[in-house]
Design a protein around this ligand. Structure first.
Ligand code: ADP
Length: 398
């Protein structure tokens, strides 16, 4: 009988799942990807799709436009599918992505009811993500009360940062309430940190900036694989412009919106999380593929602003590292768009970054010239595998 660890990565309207076979000992056996897929568009046009370990489609279901599925329905669908395809395997644990671990959770943890209560309290720090991340844990606990579940945090990897790098210049009466820079996308950065030695000893041991450019986007400065600084701060809306999030904003703009435009907190939340970034600037789309294919001047401007902001933040993170040995692009845009990589690298050319155009067009992995001062790489991230590794480590201690 094969042991299986299930990873669930739940967002507001989708639930991704990946089943990993543990080959050998539970605590340190190799993890192999098995069945995987997702339920998406839960509240508009729900769609379930599943693939086997070879990438062949093995399940699909549509509920039709306008249908609505709850997260419970979505997890039940995944559970029914996995049960019917169980074969000779046994589910031993479920690992979950949880965006915020706050000050307390610097490591993955067994998701007991007490831990969940503490994680609920962090919802105001990540209102659009945290509740959706926690809900599946409770749903699975109701279905399988004795199955170990592990919460893996996007903030944990950044807890290695110095106090200075995590501080805001606010009075202690405010910062002592946990108002500080947390940083996110930590599961992605940790995966890249673990993968770096396979690509470059210099990048693994030295000063490396990783650009996670997906729908959400941030960058992390690493020294020898440990987080030193990041562009995201107290919430996941800081730093780079994203698909629909604005990124860094003068706090005076929020006051202007409140006082002059009479917007309330809810309207401002919608504006900065859902209506800004590439979508807001272009007026066309928050999807980079659509912007790259568009001739609209505002679409071109949105891409220009995106690349410019990446360039500015590379400068800032290189200053935090006191130099730069390597730059890594990852996630949907970073892994797939040669044009965005080229433009972002151009903005940082002053650091001695020299891209190899043909290697960049071919997708790498190494995309810098041999004479470039800074190595540039594209490395696919795998947050779900990182969650599975953490889950394995936590249940190995039980
Ligand atoms: P998420 O943060 O939701 O996991 P992804 O990492 O999948 O997002 O990234 C989604 C982004 O990647 C979208 O903006 C999408 O347009 C972009 N993307 C995916 N493939 C390409 C491509 N070939 N060229 C440009 N952008 C791409």
């Amino acid at each position: 009988m094969t042991d299986v660890i299930l990873v669930l990565n739940a967002g507001s309207s989708s639930i991704k799942f990946r089943a990993y076979y543990v080959e050998g000992d539970v605590a340190d056996g190799e993890l192999g990807l098995g069945l995987h897929g997702q339920v998406e568009a839960l509240f508009s046009a729900p769609h379930f799709i599943a693939y086997d370990q070879h990438g062949a489609q093995v399940g699909e279901k549509h509920w039709g436009d306008g249908a609505k599925l709850s997260h419970e329905d979505g997890i039940q669908t995944i559970s029914d599918f996995l049960t019917s395809h169980r074969g000779d395997s046994r589910l031993i644990a479920v690992g979950h992505r949880v965006v915020h671990g706050g000050e307390k959770f610097a490591k993955s943890v067994l998701a007991t009811p007490q831990v969940l209560d503490e994680l609920d309290k962090l919802t105001p720090l990540a209102p659009l993500h945290q509740p959706h991340n926690l809900k599946p844990i409770r749903i699975v606990a109701a279905m399988h009360p004795h199955l170990p579940q592990v919460a893996c945090f996007d903030t944990a990897f950044h807890r290695s940062q110095a106090e200075l790098a995590q501080a805001f210049a606010l009075p202690e009466s405010i910062t002592s309430r946990g108002v500080r820079r947390y940083g996110f996308h930590g599961l992605s950065y940790e995966y890249i940190a673990q993968a770096l030695p396979d690509f470059s000893a210099r990048a693994a041991a030295g000063r490396t900036i990783v650009a996670h450019l997906g729908n959400g986007a941030s960058m992390c400065a690493m020294q020898a694989g440990r987080s030193v600084a990041s562009t995201m701060g107290f919430t996941a809306v800081d730093g780079l412009p994203m698909g629909t999030r604005c990124g860094s904003l003068d706090p005076g703009v929020i006051l202007y919106l409140l006082e002059e435009l009479k917007m309330d907190a809810h309207a401002i939340e919608d504006l900065i999380y859902k209506e800004s970034g590439l979508l807001g600037v272009s007026g066309v789309s928050g999807d980079m593929r659509k912007l790259l294919a568009s001739d609209a001047p505002r679409a071109r401007f949105a891409i220009d602003l995106y690349a410019y902001r990446i360039g500015r933040e590379i400068g800032s993170l290189a200053a935090a590292l006191q130099g730069l040995d390597a730059l890594v692009f990852t996630a949907g845009i970073g892994e797939n768009s040669a044009e965005v990589r080229r433009r972002a690298a151009q903005q940082a050319a002053w650091l001695g970054i020299e891209l190899d155009g043909a290697a960049n067009d071919a997708g790498g992995p190494r995309i810098s010239t041999p004479s470039s001062n800074v190595e540039v790489w594209t490395i696919p991230t795998d947050e779900e595998l990182m969650i599975a590794r953490h889950t394995q480590a936590v249940i190995g201690t039980l």
